[in-house]
Design a protein. Structure first.
Length: 627
């Protein structure tokens, strides 16, 4: 072979080898990229909001109000630490806890109960792990937990609600736990007795939210309890304490995935009127065995005068149970019909917080029925379901989330507690949301990602998040869970309490320059009539409608006082109340400030006492008006 041919052959050989080398490098590079993409797109390891539009630019050309909040918890004596110890990456720790307002001592101002739990699971419980009751002294709060006997020091706390379940005129306290629930009966003088076992409501499952209402109108307050999943304590042992990495990222243990555990059935406790309850969830058709339930509300959804039931479920379809008592009559038994699919509310996302209010007037005519705001997990958007019930048609709901500009902006956050409240007293419902991710830091999986609150201001057509300019506490990130609203300082506007997972609670005093005065409505009468009562206020030519006790938030309770902004008016021209027992009353030309609306039965009973009548009963169909 000639020298030239050998050179040509050598060049061809070199070319082949170079081609093979570059091909190998290319394959290796593509493989590395593919592995990186696969790891980054793993829903357990990465940000699921990647490549998703997160917000609309809705504030252009809109004059936003100067809404302001300041955290005064430490200065007013609301001091505690939630969840002592280091986070151990278990579902039971990341879901709670809640916070609740109630006037337990009857002095006219709102006291605060904060739920807590020990951590890690199975660790020795200390005093710092107990729930706390803070008594409102007017200018500050004092910790009266031990004196009141409501610490529940050996409970793994989730939520709390206040209610006068025994009808003796003072507020009792129900606490949900992972494990046996507690019922603290208020015996007066600032003391409670724990009576859950004797009352029949000491559910041993993992309970979350609870809601009260006299669903059968027998004059006794009933209780619905949400149960979550059958968490296995041995699960943590299978995972171990060592942190593992795959593809450069920490693995997420199955102990954080609710789908890894079976759902548990809910409870409906029918109040027997003698201090005890009978559990009838299966009989009534509301046990919801396939739902991982987090929140529920008793409220008259279809306007027939009977309390229906809506249940938020995590990674399982939500449930709307229509109360059939009005159709079946007194002899028809206690039954509900699951109309979730028919109404379009069988939402299968991760639903946590639940709020109720009427926002139909923002786009068209309001129908006077409750609309539903629901907070969700990351990448799932929060939801706002507007009720529709045209004459002659069945109840249904339309998801108006994106129309109201509440969808895309919530994709990147995990929402928990919530409240439909008028932040600036302009007569329109705004929205407060407690956010806190369940995603872990990539460099420190023992810590969750903190997120700021949402404070959505309503301009009449859509909502705008103003939290970033509402003060340092609202703008910075938190591991927030429960949220409860109350005018704790009595100045006429809405303040907020927020429970922080593994932190100190926030007590956010509203320092917004109000756009008007307010009407603060408290309802008299028995608790059975007040829970679920519909209150309509007409002011500044607009109608506002709320339902007392039905805006349940997440694992807690707002103060049982409805605050209506009157805009530029000094009074409400009309106030209409339809109690949950069917009795109605109306007031006219009601000046701004605090008004206590008496249940019509109070006037009848008082008149009977003057006349010396032996017994007086109020007809549930009676109608009363005051002018």
């Amino acid at each position: 072979m000639s020298r030239g041919a050998r050179r040509r052959g050598s060049r061809r050989t070199q070319g082949v080898w170079l081609s093979l080398l570059w091909t190998g490098l290319g394959i290796a590079l593509l493989t590395a990229v593919a592995l990186w993409l696969n790891a980054s797109r793993d829903t357990d390891l990465s940000d699921p909001t990647a490549d998703v539009t997160a917000a609309f630019k809705t504030t252009q050309g809109v004059e936003l109000p100067p809404i302001r909040f300041r955290d005064v918890a430490a200065s007013l004596g609301v001091s505690m630490r939630h969840g002592p110890g280091e986070r151990s990456r278990e579902l039971t720790e990341d879901t709670g806890s809640g916070i609740a307002w109630g006037d337990y001592d009857g002095d006219g101002d709102w006291d605060l109960y904060v739920v807590n739990f020990p951590s890690p699971l199975g660790s020795e419980v200390g005093d710092e792990a107990s729930n706390r009751l803070f008594r409102n002294e007017g200018d500050r709060f004092s910790d009266v937990t031990e004196a009141a006997g409501v610490s529940d020091a050996d409970g793994f706390g989730m939520g709390a609600t206040f209610a006068d379940y025994d009808g003796d005129g003072d507020l009792d306290l129900y606490v949900t736990n992972r494990g046996r629930n507690r019922l603290f009966r208020n015996r007066g003088g600032g003391r409670f007795d724990e009576v859950a076992q004797a009352a029949g409501v000491a559910d041993p499952l993992w309970s979350m939210g609870a809601t009260w209402g006299d669903f059968d109108r027998d004059g006794h307050l009933d209780l619905y309890v949400c149960n979550y999943v059958a968490y296995d304590d041995a699960a943590a042992d299978l995972v171990g304490d060592e942190l593992e990495m795959i593809g450069g990222a920490y693995t997420v243990p199955f102990t954080l995935n609710p789908n890894a555990f079976d759902p548990q059935p809910n409870r409906l406790y029918h109040n027997l009127g003698d201090g005890s309850f009978e559990e009838i969830a299966v009989v009534a058709g509301v046990h919801n065995p396939g739902g991982r339930s987090m929140a529920a509300t008793f409220v008259d959804l279809d306007g027939d005068g009977w309390l229906d039931l809506y249940v938020n479920n995590d990674v399982s379809a939500n449930r709307l149970y229509r109360n059939l008592q009005g159709d079946l009559g007194a002899t028809g038994g206690m039954a509900f019909d699951d109309i979730s699919a028919l109404t379009g509310t069988a939402d299968g996302r991760g639903s946590m917080g639940l709020s109720v209010g009427e926002i139909g007037g923002m786009h068209g005519e309001a129908d006077g029925l409750p609309d539903l705001f629901i907070t969700h997990w990351i990448a799932q958007e929060n939801a706002f379901y507007q009720s529709l019930k045209p004459e002659g048609h069945d109840l249904e709901y339309r998801d108006k989330t994106r129309l109201l500009r509440l969808g895309e902006i919530s994709i990147a956050r995990v929402g928990w507690g919530t409240g439909l409240v008028d932040l600036d007293l302009d007569g329109r419902l705004d929205i407060a949301v407690a956010n806190g991710s369940t995603q872990e830091h990539s460099d420190d999986p023992r810590r969750l990602i903190a997120e700021p609150l949402f404070l959505f201001w309503n301009d009449g057509k859509r909502f705008h998040d103003v939290a970033g300019a509402a003060g340092e506490a609202a703008a910075r990130g938190h591991w927030a869970r429960g949220l409860a609203a109350a005018d704790f300082d009595g100045d006429g506007d809405v303040d907020l309490a927020v429970a922080i997972n593994r932190g100190s609670p926030l007590l956010l005093r509203n320092e917004t320059e109000p756009r008007g005065k307010s009407l603060r409505i408290r309802l008299g009468g028995p608790a059975t009539a007040r829970f679920g009562a519909r209150v309509e206020v007409v002011a500044a030519g607009e109608r506002q409608i709320r339902w007392l006790g039905s805006d349940v938030s997440y694992l807690g309770m707002h103060a049982p006082e409805l605050i209506f902004g009157l805009a530029q008016d000094d009074s409400a021209s009309e106030v209409h109340v339809r109690y949950a027992d069917g009795v109605e009353t109306s007031l006219y030309d009601v000046p701004a400030g605090l008004v206590e609306v008496a249940h019509p039965s109070a006037a009848v009973i008082a008149d009977a006492e003057v006349r010396g009548d032996a017994e007086v009963r109020v007809d549930p169909e009676a109608r009363s008006a005051e002018r």
